[in-house]
Design a protein around this ligand. Structure first.
Ligand code: XMP
Length: 511
């Protein structure tokens, strides 16, 4: 289903940049895949078959430490266009016979570069601009036969060209802070001759066909949660299978207030009538006495799998449609084509052996691409703009052991946070906003009496992709009103605190 010709292979050397590069390339209308440098030659060659170009991405290491030379040599000898970025640039410098060593001065953050030679890599761009760098080493002398294209205060070879189709840049054109980054990438994609054919919204027909083929003549269930990924996957499967698809919504008893009704109503509106399986007793019993967050995730995942498997048996289904997306596939070490069940971003890891064939129509897509498909399929805004709820739900928003009493408290507090944030018109600016029931207790006075009760933490964050996040700065009055309402309406809570920590170093969720 994914394009096998004209795509771009991004080799990941273990830095944090590969996904960003791959996404930018897709934003520019070309399909891209990530291959880890650790995956070996065979995998690289397989993925590069039919590709227009190879990007050697940034990485945390030094080119002197690791045995990656063969990758740069392989890329150069493939005859395809090559773009080395940061570490990739230095690796090219090294294997082509240039001199790589300590930069004249390390460059971190905004750095001016100056173009010293005209080249189509810089078409439409000014001769001087500011880019984002992050390096200690640099290419100090160009390889024989290479042209120096740009320089910066710390990098005498900030950009170079070797032959017609091999380029290297010391800076990171993929990060937002680099000026002219998208233009540079687009120019290189032009040089590579990569066809501008990638438009996820146009792929609905092919995705439907893919599911039809994978499921064959059997029945399937789709685990739906109300999130955009599972909804889009289920809608595609519905088109493919009609009545042979049964969407299943598992009520684990860990959902926020009103979530089950809200989600089922929305899904019904788009023709997905879900079977709601109330398994809350089973989940709560399994969570009894468990305090470790990862253990809670694992338990929720395991029980979720069991409930799904039982539902599938009852419905006579042999396949499971899952909304796994590309970062999940790559991060769980999955190779394209292998069967990987998403872990973190679902419910903490479904058991591998569910006895169901797992079909993942969205395994090639990034989140914003899934949103584009959602728009084409007519998914209501409420679904694709909804704040994410972690798979294990409120189990990870009650610190320590999950009990019915604590769930009730966090649910009530959370409903107040939502209500006040939405009433104040802040929800559009926030990635997530919620309440956490901490494991602390504190003293308060209620009705002239000293009381000793729970502490609720309120978290509101701004983020683009949940990889990093900043604590939001809501108006003080909104926070005060939330605190006042929670302490007066939720029994047992005496204090409300606001979490001002960003991610990193904190995470978005408390557990
Ligand atoms: P953290 O807490 O790691 O969260 O900063 C990043 C994003 O992931 C969500 N999250 C989860 N989603 N299962 C999920 O499906 C989980 O176990 C899980 N833990 C965190 C979190 O809500 C945030 O959007």
């Amino acid at each position: 289903m994914r394009p096998r010709r004209g795509h771009i292979v991004v080799v990941d050397f273990g830095g944090q940049y590969a996904h960003l590069i791959a996404r930018r390339i897709r934003e520019l209308g070309r399909f891209s895949v990530i291959v880890s440098a650790a995956q070996g030659r065979e995998e690289l060659e397989r993925e590069a078959e039919g590709a227009s170009g190879i990007v050697l991405s940034g990485g945390p290491g030094s080119v002197w430490e690791e045995g990656h030379d063969w990758i740069a040599e392989w890329a150069v000898s493939s005859g395809k266009a090559v773009l080395g970025i940061c570490y990739g640039h230095q690796l090219l410098g090294k294997v082509l016979g240039g001199r790589v060593g300590r930069a004249l001065k390390p460059e971190f953050g905004p750095t001016p570069v100056r173009v010293v030679r005209e080249d189509s890599l810089f078409d439409g761009m000014p001769r001087e601009f500011t880019v984002w760098m992050s390096h200690n080493d640099a290419v100090l002398e160009p390889p024989p036969g290479a042209e120096v294209l740009a320089e910066s205060p710390g990098s005498p070879v900030a950009a170079m060209r070797w032959g017609d189709r091999v380029y290297g840049v010391q800076w990171h054109p993929e990060v937002y802070h680099s000026e002219w980054g998208m233009e540079l990438l687009d120019n290189w994609l032009g040089i590579a001759g990569a066809p501008r054919t990638w438009a996820p919204g146009d792929l609905v027909g092919e995705l439907v066909e893919y599911v039809r083929k994978e499921v064959g003549g059997s029945r399937a269930i789709a685990a739906v949660s109300g999130g955009v990924d599972s909804t889009v996957a289920a809608l595609i499967a519905k088109r493919a299978l009609g009545d042979r698809l049964m969407p299943v919504f598992i009520d684990h008893g860990l959902h926020p207030e009103g979530e089950v009704e809200r989600v089922t109503k929305l899904l019904r509106r788009i023709g997905l009538e879900p079977l709601v399986v109330d398994a809350s007793d089973k989940f709560l019993t399994s969570l009894k006495g468990v305090v470790d967050p990862e253990e809670k995730r694992r338990i929720v995942g395991r029980v979720y799998g069991e409930v799904l498997r039982d539902a599938a048996r009852e419905l006579g289904a042999e396949a499971l449609i899952q909304g796994t997306i590309y970062p999940d596939v790559i991060e769980s070490g999955g190779r394209p084509g292998a069967d990987v069940i998403k872990t973190h971003h679902n419910v903490g890891g479904l058991p591998r052996d569910l006895g169901l064939k797992v079909v993942e129509p969205l395994r090639w897509f990034y989140k914003d691409e899934v949103r584009a498909i959602a728009r084409v399929l007519g998914v209501p805004r409420e679904i694709y703009e909804k704040q994410p709820v972690p798979g294990p739900g409120l189990a990870v928003r009650v610190e320590g052991e999950v009990t019915r009493e604590k769930l009730k408290i966090v649910r009530m507090a959370d409903a107040i946070v939502r209500e006040e944030v939405e009433k104040a018109g802040l929800s559009g600016k926030l990635w997530q906003y919620f309440a956490v029931l901490t494991s602390s207790k504190a003293t308060g006075v209620k009705g002239d009496r000293r009381s000793y009760g729970y502490v609720i933490a309120v978290r509101m964050v701004e983020s683009v992709d949940a990889m990093t996040a900043r604590a939001a700065r809501p108006p003080w009055e909104v926070l005060e009103r939330i605190a006042w309402r929670i302490t007066s309406e939720v029994p047992g809570v005496v204090r409300v605190v606001y979490d001002v920590t960003s991610k990193p170093p904190a995470t978005i969720e408390w557990e």
